[in-house]
Design a protein around this ligand. Structure first.
Ligand code: PMP
Length: 447
């Protein structure tokens, strides 16, 4: 299987220098929090696929719900018709989202949900006769997807260097990570500084040119960065003051990762104008995303004054089989009390995570809910591990040899296991991480 794959399959984020030579896993099946590789080896899936498999692997109920919908109606054009699963899911998602967010446009994944959110802002401002109000403020290290517009607002340098993005439409704010704040600065002062960054940028660009601010509640792929207390509330206030849409990208944080359906309101106390989500909506069993739009926004782009199409959508918008999978997934999360489970188990998960900071090669161990990140450090608080030493990759190898997958990110590694993880499995996971860190520590001590 790997031979054929190497010959013909170009993977996402393929390293072109080692194309056809790079090492790959082949996973053959999954069960609970575990996946099995081609050799039959069982591994804990630390990142839950890619922050997605909330309910764990091997759920027969999901297979049954998907099969039933395939037999009933596998596809319908989303243009002028609807299907029972699409209507029911829209109602369900609107009920779970903050009170003012009641309109759902389904997409094929997270990138297309972000694209739809940004195009909604463009459409609204064009309809309101202010075509100049289009600039999007995004954040360094943020990740929002791989379509042209979603990638344009992504702030990860490595991902930006190879294409020509919509730079004229986007401005970036510097990193908000409290870990990099100057020595001695309080978290409250750091929050003031980060809110000032936004205020200054709005003043520099001119609020009449700015259409949206996009932020992940916890910035995930950039290294599980938790903003300082009050940051989201204060940035939302600034956006409201200047009529800038606040887009909360909950592609990772929605559907239970932080113990709630959505983190914006329930964890961070804000009601955004638009929420984007994907991944956990089906637990990754099938691809689906959603862009959830507030009544405030919908009112400004619909009705008698707007006799025009909203030309956005996909052949697979509201795909009935994906919607049926999402409904079953949500039913399982509700029935099995997984949100409550995450809230109950998160303290143990975070306590074990924080304990790893005692290692001399770990600079910061941070997380929230069932999200965790280890950031490497050798000497001095703000001196990241030499990139050449790639702590993430070494920890990944050492963990994998012990039966745990983590996701390496240069000198970090992140993890977000299935929400079904038990207290014993949390211990098992962190015991492996502890051992792996000791091995890597020794190796670094020798060099
Ligand atoms: N937004 C965020 C916050 C994400 O983490 C991701 C994917 N990791 C995306 C958008 C893009 O989602 P997709 O890969 O499903 O297009």
């Amino acid at each position: 299987m790997l031979d054929v794959d190497q010959k013909h399959h170009l993977h996402p984020w393929e390293h072109m220098g080692s194309w056809k030579e790079g090492e790959r896993y082949a996973f053959t099946r999954g069960d609970g929090i575990y996946v099995y590789d081609g050799a039959g080896r069982r591994l804990i899936d630390g990142p839950a696929g890619m922050w997605a498999v909330q309910i764990g692997y091997g759920r027969k109920e999901m297979a049954d719900a998907i099969a039933a919908q395939v037999m009933e109606l596998p596809y319908a054009s989303p243009w002028s018709s609807t299907t029972a699963p699409a209507a029911a899911l829209a109602e369900k998602v609107a009920a779970m989202a903050p009170e003012n967010l009641n309109t759902v446009m389904f997409t094929t994944g997270g990138s297309t949900a972000v694209d739809t959110a940004l195009r909604t802002m463009q459409f609204m401002n064009n309809r309101l006769g202010r075509p100049g109000k289009k600039i999007i403020i995004a954040r360094e290290k943020g990740y929002h997807g791989s379509t042209y517009l979603a990638a344009s607002v992504t702030g990860k340098e490595r991902d930006k260097s190879c294409f020509d993005f919509e730079d004229r439409l986007v401005r970036f704010l510097p990193d908000v990570n409290p870990y990099i704040r100057p020595e001695g600065m309080s978290e409250a002062a750091w929050c003031d500084a980060k809110v000032d960054d936004l205020e200054r940028l709005i003043a520099d660009v001119g609020p009449e040119y700015i259409g949206a601010f996009i932020a992940e509640p916890v910035l995930c792929s950039g290294g599980v960065i938790i903003p300082p207390e009050g940051y989201h509330r204060r940035t939302l206030e600034l956006c409201r003051r200047h009529d800038i849409l606040y887009i909360s990208d909950e592609v990772v944080t929605a559907f239970g990762r932080l113990g709630h359906w959505f983190a914006s309101e329930e964890v961070f106390g804000i009601e955004p104008d638009i929420i984007t989500c994907a991944k956990g909506i089906t637990s990754g069993y099938l691809p689906l995303g959603a862009c959830i739009i507030s009544d405030r926004v919908m009112e400004r782009m619909t009705g008698a004054d707007h006799d025009v199409l909203f030309p956005n959508g996909y052949t697979y918008s509201a795909h009935p089989v994906c919607c049926a999978a999402a409904l079953k997934n949500i039913e399982i999360i509700e029935r099995d009390g997984l949100l409550e489970h995450v809230r109950a188990i998160a303290p143990q998960f975070q306590e074990r995570l924080t304990a790893l900071e005692s290692s001399p090669i770990i600079g910061d161990a941070r997380g929230m809910g069932l999200l965790g990140c280890l950031e490497g450090l050798i000497d001095g608080r703000n001196t990241p591990l030499d990139v050449q030493r790639t702590l993430g990759a070494r920890l990944d190898e050492a963990c994998e040899a012990r039966g745990l997958i983590v996701r390496p990110l240069i000198n970090m590694c992140v993890f977000s296991p299935p929400l079904t993880i038990s207290p014993e499995q949390v211990d098992q996971m962190f015991d492996i991480l502890t051992d792996a860190i000791s091995e890597v520590e020794e190796e670094f001590a020798e060099t």
